[in-house]
Write a new protein. Structure first.
Length: 128
C-alpha cells in the first residue's frame, strides 16, 4: 500500500478527520497521474453499512470529476456485496456535501464530534 503517498494526499487535500490508520479499515481505490497520487476513495466497514471514506483529490487535480468517479465505483462495489453505502462529510465541507448530493445521497442525520486532549498538550497535538 502507498501509505506515505496516501498520508501526503490526506494532508494536502484536507478531507476532514484523517487518522493515520484510516486506510487499514477497508479497501481503497487510488487514481495516479504520471506516478503522482491524484485522488483516492475508500470505505470503512460497519455491520450492514459501509462508509465511503478518505475521499480526497489533490488540489492540482480538482475539477476533473475524479472524486465523482471514485464515489460511484466505491458505492457500486458496496452495493454488489449487499451492503448500503454510507457517505459522510462535515457539514462545513461544502464540496463533499455537493458531491454526495449530486450522486443521489440525501442528509439523514448530523453528529457532533467531541475532540479530547490530554492536560498539558498543545492544540496541534492531536486527539485521542
Amino acid at each position: 500500500m502507498d501509505v506515505p503517498d496516501i498520508l501526503d494526499l490526506g494532508t494536502s487535500a484536507r478531507p476532514g478527520l484523517f487518522p493515520k490508520r484510516t486506510v487499514e479499515l477497508g479497501d481503497h481505490l487510488r487514481i495516479r497521474h504520471q506516478g503522482r497520487l491524484a485522488a483516492m476513495g475508500g470505505e470503512r466497514l460497519r455491520p450492514g453499512w459501509t462508509e465511503i471514506s478518505t475521499l480526497c483529490t489533490d488540489p492540482a487535480y480538482r475539477s476533473r470529476r475524479l472524486a465523482t468517479r471514485l464515489v460511484r465505483v466505491v458505492a457500486a462495489g458496496i452495493r454488489e456485496r449487499g451492503d448500503s453505502p454510507l457517505p459522510h462529510a462535515s457539514a462545513t465541507n461544502a464540496q463533499a456535501t455537493r458531491l454526495y448530493g449530486s450522486s443521489g445521497s440525501t442528509p439523514r442525520s448530523r453528529t457532533r464530534i467531541l475532540q479530547v486532549r490530554m492536560p498539558g498538550t498543545h492544540h496541534g497535538a492531536g486527539a485521542l
